[in-house]
Design a protein around this ligand. Structure first.
Ligand SMILES: [Zn+2]
Length: 213
């Protein structure tokens, strides 16, 4: 990505259509969008690295029980069964369902974890005023935002729970509570930590450090 705008702190280039824009002097409230392609350039709120870092770490910790504890328990005619998220993925990894299993592994496990690690690394760099190989981390963060789909999986489980309710007794497990909380926190972090806003903070730090030397 061409980012010559990094050296001019009062202007930036739209990452989608490359339009050169002057930064608003008073950011005010509300999201700031590119006038040409409507790409969101800043979040609707001021970015607070400390609280977002805490949220993303809490979300990362919740991922462990969300993956390993049973999501829901099914009881029907004296038979009962439960499965965790890891069990679901492993069950799909055999036979004709292998592609679906791999997709589930990518969108539910790999990408959300990469997303959390990348956003935590970037927020840590902003909070500690460190310089970081931000291009690489930022690219990871952007890609993983597109591919992390744990929220859609959660929605699917909730729909399945209501549908299966007619045939069997379905009770939610501890895993689904942890997954719900982890997804909610990840969505808050993702909404508030817009990549371009983070990039501008990192660029500003770099130019500040350059001026100080
Ligand atoms: Zn644009």
């Amino acid at each position: 990505m061409n980012r010559e705008g990094a050296d001019q702190p009062d202007s930036l280039q739209c990452p989608d259509c490359n339009l050169r824009l002057v930064l608003p002097s008073d950011p005010g409230h509300g999201a700031w969008r590119c006038p040409r392609c409507d790409c969101q350039l800043s979040g609707a709120w001021r970015l607070k690295p400390d609280s977002l870092l805490a949220l993303s770490l809490a979300s990362a910790f919740l991922w462990v029980p969300a993956l390993t504890l049973p999501l829901l328990r099914l009881e029907n005619l004296g038979l009962d069964n439960d499965a965790s998220l890891v069990d679901c993925i492993l069950a799909l990894m055999v036979g004709v369902y292998l592609p679906a299993g791999l997709l589930l592994l990518l969108t539910l496990l790999v990408m959300p974890l990469i997303n959390l690690v990348a956003v935590s690394r970037l927020l840590w760099a902003v909070q500690r005023r460190q310089s970081v190989a931000s291009r690489w981390w930022m690219r990871l963060y952007r890609y993983s935002r597109e591919w992390a789909m744990s929220d859609i999986f959660l929605l699917g489980i909730l729909i399945a729970m209501t549908k299966l309710g007619d045939m069997a007794t379905v009770s939610p497990g501890a895993g689904i509570v942890c997954l719900g909380l982890a997804v909610l926190m990840r969505l808050i972090v993702e909404t508030l930590a817009q990549p371009d806003q983070l990039q501008r903070m990192l660029d500003a730090q770099v130019s500040e450090a350059r001026h100080a030397n």
